[in-house]
Design a protein around this ligand. Structure first.
Ligand SMILES: Cc1cc2nc3c(=O)[nH]c(=O)nc-3n(C[C@H](O)[C@H](O)[C@H](O)COP(=O)(O)OP(=O)(O)OC[C@H]3O[C@@H](n4cnc5c(N)ncnc54)[C@H](O)[C@@H]3O)c2cc1C
Length: 390
């Protein structure tokens, strides 16, 4: 295995949640960290996410194991006071509100239980007792107990503040400086060269060009809505709710046909008294705009599930682009055939949940210490680079 000596300095390319978390864990060990960011912290997916820190939508396998490790790192950071008021532990309720969704949710409960996740199957009476505001159409629900919620940009702010690492804003990485095959000495930017003993690429959709992995990453647009405050209704919801169709849109469970635009409803009661409602999962990169068809459909679905939302005003709609990997698993680890470049990207709709844990894992790899998770399923070397941008 390639081994790097303890790095004196590390450049992190991209300041989303993964870059900020990597900076936090490296700086905590005395490494001199520079983050370069082509826009500003949380400017891309991290600033446009819902924020479910959740195992509820995962199927058993490496992503479920990663999500459980991700939740555990959130709990540690909460206990240390770093994510106080930013990470809110709360359950997720996966609901079946049509005959088609009943077997989907039941199969999912079986899958979660087989992986040791704490989950309760609630029949019609129990779920309506728990959520009086739900439509009578809801037939059953699965309560996934140990989930939570975090606002991505707030996590980034806390991690940067706690680490003291400064971000060099509006500096775009153009290429890696390759000094000899398999080794880099820094990054070429529009502002000139920056040198360091190791480089971490956490540049979301900008990562593949730097790594010569064209065609491996793909965009998945998502549209979300935020309502005004409705404290009474909000207080009557003990956790977030997720439609059985969301599992279909994520490919977690088979059954029915996922809709073309990947509609799958999630309603999150925020600590502000507002509701965050999503969303779509579209196979395109069509900017940060919303369209009326999607907004109207998400609202219709939300009101069908929680009829009292019809009295709550919509404040704003926004959209972001998730970065997915062709085989559905993120890239986390040493860059193929370069001893001192590391990559962590391709988290699609799970990067808020996984981000802090991935930052910890990447820092461990760089420091040559045991990672908080077996990363072998995520090894970037499963894709061969065409040509490194150098
Ligand atoms: C609508 C929507 C809903 C979501 N909901 C959830 C959810 O409920 N739960 C969950 O866990 N996840 C969710 N996600 C996914 C989550 O937001 C992402 O997986 C996560 O934010 C990815 O973080 P990142 O740090 O890898 O990338 P990003 O946040 O995309 O950050 C990458 C950064 O790199 C910078 N950059 C790119 N190229 C360069 C370059 N060449 N030089 C310098 N800087 C560069 C970009 O400007 C950007 O700031 C959602 C995403 C969307 C869009």
């Amino acid at each position: 295995m390639l081994k790097t000596p303890f790095p004196k300095s590390v450049i992190i390319i991209g300041c989303g949640i993964v870059g900020a978390a990597t900076a936090f864990f490296l700086a905590g060990r005395g490494v001199d960290v520079t983050i370069i960011e082509r826009e500003g912290p949380a400017a891309a997916a991290t600033g446009a996410a819902d924020g479910a820190v959740s195992v509820a939508s995962k199927k058993p396998g490496p992503m479920m194991t990663a999500a459980l490790a991700g939740i555990s790192v959130y709990r540690d950071l909460l206990a240390q006071g770093i994510l106080e008021t930013v990470f809110k532990p709360r359950p997720t309720y996966v609901l079946a509100s049509s005959d088609e969704e009943v077997p989907v949710v039941e199969a999912h409960v079986g899958a979660l239980r087989s992986a040791g996740v704490a989950v309760n199957l609630l029949d019609r009476k129990d779920i309506h007792g728990r959520f009086p505001a739900l439509s009578p159409e809801v037939r059953l629900g699965a309560e996934v107990k140990d989930d939570g919620h975090a606002i991505g940009y707030a996590v980034v702010h806390r991690l940067l503040t706690a680490s003291g690492v400064k971000v060099r804003r509006r500096v775009e990485a153009r290429s890696l400086i390759v000094s000899r095959p398999g080794h880099v000495t820094g990054v070429e930017t529009a502002e000139g060269r920056i040198e360091a003993s190791a480089v971490v690429i956490t540049a979301g959709s900008g990562s593949d060009r730097l790594l010569g992995l064209d065609g491996v990453l793909m965009p998945r647009k998502g549209q979300l809505l935020v309502t005004e405050r409705a404290p009474e209704l909000n207080a009557s919801m003990p956790g977030s709710i997720m439609s059985g169709r969301y599992l279909l849109s994520k490919g977690t469970q088979k059954g029915g046909a996922p809709s073309e635009r990947g509609y799958g409803l999630v309603i999150d009661p925020l600590t502000t008294g507002q509701f965050l409602i999503g969303g779509t999962r579209e196979n395109n990169n069509a900017g940060k705009s919303n369209d009326l068809e999607a907004v109207a459909r998400i609202l219709r679905d939300a009101v069908a599930l929680v009829p009292r939302l019809a009295q709550v005003r919509l404040l704003r709609a926004f959209a972001g682009i998730r970065t997915a990997v062709a085989d559905g698993l993120p890239l986390i680890g040493r860059a193929p055939a370069i001893e001192n470049v590391f990559v962590a990207t391709g988290f699609e709709g799970d990067g808020i949940c996984l981000g802090p844990m991935v930052g910890k894992a990447v820092a461990s790899l760089i420091l040559g210490e045991p990672a908080p998770l077996d990363l072998s399923a995520f090894n970037p070397a499963r894709f061969a680079p065409k040509e490194i941008a150098a």
